[in-house]
Design a binder for this molecule. Structure first.
Ligand SMILES: *[C@@H]1O[C@H](CO)[C@@H](O)[C@H](O)[C@H]1NC(C)=O
Ligand SMILES: *[C@@H]1O[C@H](CO)[C@@H](O)[C@H](O)[C@H]1NC(C)=O
Length: 424
């Protein structure tokens, strides 16, 4: 019932060896990691030995209750231990005791999910005695880090989405309440397999953003670009709702992938707003006002050059120059000849019908002037609307370029962060 040492001045040396058998999971919300490990403890009972020849065996199994067993436990342990209990330990004829058991450990672990799904987790398992201090129990490293990693890699049965990258063993001493406790720390480094998330989350998201990008090529007037973009946003929202289960939740940090989704959604909304703006410029502005001169010069002369659109061409329609209506106009040679020709065709007595014809012609000329005025107003209207239309096209091109630059910059930045955290 007491530590099996000859002198209580000497600490009892306990050799600790641990191997990972399975990685059962990582819970981001609870900040825990679940592992299945095998733990081996060996120590020596001072003064106990027997001769193999006389007794016929080198080792016997002894019930746990009949021996002093050290109270080694894992200090990050969060759950009750419901792994199968081993009732016996082995006792060797040299006095060595060998205690082996498998434990399902749920350990608390500070998880860093910012670079999800390219995250690497570094969790520790600390073996130490619950009660006995440094001077009573001393923990000794049973296997080097490399051996532990190699054996664990061989033994591992299931690793789900996690890959065991590294195991590091370091003995240390914990100073607590004036006493010091001997500890054995295992750092277990796990890396998430990102394929599932890349295929299910990132690639579809990139597809949708690409479609949104290419929808800028639709002319806003013939196909309804705005409603097309609206449909895209709706589709993206549904996609996010469905895929929400795959995302890790944690109160502490927002994973970068959430930022990625937010940026994607924001870009889609921005491009929808842009389309509304352009449509407004092209089809509504012309009804209210003509293009201000500075705007016309700025956009059609300079911005158009900047976005590689040919500057405003001279329209090839014939501009009708309007002279103020004059009574004299009727007396030009053409009118006279017309009158003459009419005169010839009509073939009626000269004086009176002449006067009648002149009146008719005056009326006609008035009508013509009215038509001219109307046409001119119409052409003026078309001119402003065409100018607004051109401005719309130039601004659309400009915002499209800005949109592309912004998409490229933000996606490059996010990819760089991911690559950088992946290489850690
Ligand atoms: C434990 O190991 C130390 C050396 O590391 C040794 O001096 C000491 O005697 C050992 N104790 C027992 C009980 O074997
Ligand atoms: C894990 O964390 C420990 C302590 O913070 C550190 O010493 C060790 O280098 C880390 N391992 C890796 C692979 O980051």
């Amino acid at each position: 019932m007491v530590p099996p040492v000859q002198s209580f001045w000497n600490p009892i040396n306990i050799t600790v060896t641990m191997n990972v058998l399975a990685i059962l999971g990582v819970d981001e919300k609870a900040q825990t990691m679940t592992l299945f490990i095998s733990q081996y403890l060996t120590w020596r009972i001072d003064g106990l030995h027997w001769s193999e020849r006389d007794c016929g065996t080198k080792r016997v199994s002894v019930s746990r209750e009949n021996l002093w067993i050290p109270d080694i436990h894992i200090s990050e342990f969060m759950d009750e231990d419901n792994s199968p209990q081993n009732m016996h330990v082995f006792l060797y004829n040299t006095g060595l005791v060998f205690d082996s058991k498998s434990i399902r450990v749920v350990t608390s672990c500070q998880l860093d999910i910012y670079p999800f799904p390219f995250d690497v987790q570094n969790c520790s398992l600390t073996f130490r005695s619950y009660l006995h201090q440094d001077s009573e129990i001393k923990l000794i490293q049973g296997a080097t880090s490399e051996e532990t990693l190699e054996v664990s890699r061989k033994l591992i049965q299931t690793n789900g989405e996690w890959e065991l990258v590294d195991i590091k063993v370091t003995p240390s001493v914990l100073k607590l309440n004036g006493g010091s406790y001997s500890e054995m720390k295992y750092y277990i480094v796990l890396k998430r397999q990102p394929m599932l998330y890349v295929v299910n989350l990132l690639i579809p998201s990139c597809f949708l953003i690409t479609v949104d990008l290419f929808s800028f090529l639709l002319p806003p007037q013939s196909v309804d670009r705005a409603s097309f973009k609206m449909t895209l946003i709706l589709g993206y929202t549904v996609f996010l709702l469905i895929m929400n289960d795959l995302l890790p939740v944690s109160g502490q940090t927002t994973p970068l992938i959430n930022v990625f989704f937010s940026i994607s959604l924001a870009l889609m909304v921005a491009s929808l707003l842009e389309t509304i703006f352009i449509t407004n410029i092209q089809f509504t502005s012309s009804q209210y006002s003509t293009v201000p001169r500075w705007l016309s010069i700025l956009v059609l002369r300079y911005l158009a050059l900047a976005v590689c659109l040919p500057t405003q061409k001279k329209s090839n329609r014939i501009t009708v120059s309007l002279q103020p209506p004059k009574e004299l106009q009727i007396h030009n040679p053409i009118s006279n000849s017309l009158v003459n020709s009419c005169n010839i065709s009509e073939d009626k007595p000269p004086p009176d019908p002449h006067q009648h014809l002149l009146d008719e012609l005056r009326k006609l000329s008035k009508d013509l002037i009215a038509i001219r005025l109307h046409m001119d107003n119409h052409f003026k209207g078309t001119k402003t609307s065409q100018e607004w239309y051109m401005i719309g096209i130039v601004v659309d091109r400009l915002l499209f370029a800005i949109y592309i630059i912004f998409i490229l910059a933000s996606f490059l930045a996010i990819t760089c962060i991911w690559i950088w955290s992946d290489s850690l």
